[in-house]
Design a binder for this molecule. Structure first.
Ligand code: G3I
Length: 339
């Protein structure tokens, strides 16, 4: 029995994967045995699927062309193994090429941006074409979309907490960016697919309040369904009271909740740190189950592939070690899910 079987019926449990990881037999086995949901760690992001050459060649000025071949490797694996997909991510300031925003798709550093009207056409076509492709090729596979990612950044000192720096979407659309993103996504999503706002440090104030005040009007108009709690945590931060409080604050608004990118940045695998990690995972899973979280995704499968592991500074943030062996944290999670 895998983790997915222990929480079947109450919560989906997932992992972020890459096409490379799925080629490794041991890692692919873990994914098949343990998880009921998959997120593409990078290959569904705009920069991975937008095809510059094909776009220029098409002669179109308001429609980007795609190359879905890497994403297809992950989605066909999911389909063939009965695993659902969290689609990550449509509108994001990061990992979206600058040429998407420029006149004539220019890659010149100082190329001028298109008008607001033109960007809205590009945005609508981008969301429509991507959703239509995946929903057509994999009917019923994707259960939710991260429509807007990391739009709130209190450090940018905008009165409503908007991310104004290094955000080409915002430079052209301003504060209307979220409403347009969710309006188009709702228009083209398949029936039953939930639309999410996804962010990190989601438990901190004032970020939490800025997120809620951005989502409230969208929720009222039926455009957003849920809050994606990324949950890139440290072993001792945030405190569990703060984390639980965030879960209940978002839930109180009527948002569906998913933990979308859980990892806990442990920098040693000593006995004591391994133990601490297990305790922390136990608490987070308890908070998730107690808080009605409907899907929980780990940001990676083993410590080896985690984005937190650098060549000169390994990290140990996940449930499986570098060899793909279950860690104490894995057994702690099993215990909570078995209750
Ligand atoms: O694709 C290029 C490749 O062509 C090149 O040779 C290589 C050399 O460094 O870089 C490759 O791009 C890397 C990309 O991942 C794909 O592997 C980027 O350098 C690297 O920065 C990028 O990192 C990803 C990061 O998002 C980008 O912001 C991480 O793998 C991914 O785990 C991380 O995920 C994000 C979520 O999407 C949103 N929330 C935060 C989370 C963690 O940062």
């Amino acid at each position: 029995m895998g983790l997915k079987d222990l929480c079947a019926g109450s919560m989906l449990i997932g992992a972020a994967v890459t096409p490379g990881l799925l080629q490794n037999e041991r890692y692919a086995e873990i994914v098949k045995n343990e998880f009921s949901s998959i997120t593409c760690e990078n290959v569904m992001k705009p920069e991975s699927i937008m095809d510059f050459d094909a776009t220029v060649k098409s002669g179109q000025t308001d429609r980007v062309m795609f190359d879905f071949s890497e994403a297809d490797k992950v989605l066909s694996f999911a389909r063939d193994n009965g695993i659902k997909v969290r689609a990550h991510t449509l509108i994001w300031h990061n990992q979206t090429p600058r040429w998407f925003f420029t006149e004539d798709w220019s890659k010149a550093e100082d190329a001028p941006f298109v008008s607001r009207e033109k960007l809205l056409k590009r945005m609508e076509n981008f969301i429509k074409d991507e959703m239509n492709y995946f929903n057509g090729a994999y009917p019923g596979l994707i259960y939710c979309w991260d429509v807007l990612n990391e739009f709130i950044e209190p450090d940018n000192n905008h009165p409503h907490g908007c991310r104004v720096r290094k955000n080409n979407w915002f430079s052209i659309l301003g504060e209307d960016e979220p409403r347009y993103a969710f309006t188009f996504a709702r228009r083209y999503a398949a029936p039953g697919q939930k639309l999410f706002y996804n962010d990190y440090n989601e438990y901190e104030q004032p970020k939490r309040d800025f997120i809620l005040s951005t989502l409230r009007p969208l929720l009222k108009d039926g455009l957003v369904d849920g809050m994606g709690l990324q949950s890139h945590l440290l072993p001792d931060y945030p405190g569990m009271d703060e984390y639980r409080r965030a879960i209940s604050d978002y839930a109180a608004e009527g948002l569906s909740l998913q933990i979308t990118e859980l990892d806990i940045k442990s920098l040693s695998e000593s006995e004591a740190d391994d133990e601490l990690l297990a305790r922390r995972y136990r608490e987070v899973f308890e908070a998730a189950i107690g808080g009605g979280v409907e899907s929980l995704t780990l940001w990676g499968v083993t410590d080896a592939q985690s984005w937190l592991s650098k060549p000169d500074r390994p990290a140990y943030p996940l449930l499986f070690d570098r060899a793909g062996k279950e860690k104490k944290a894995y057994y702690a999670v099993r215990e909570i899910l078995s209750k």
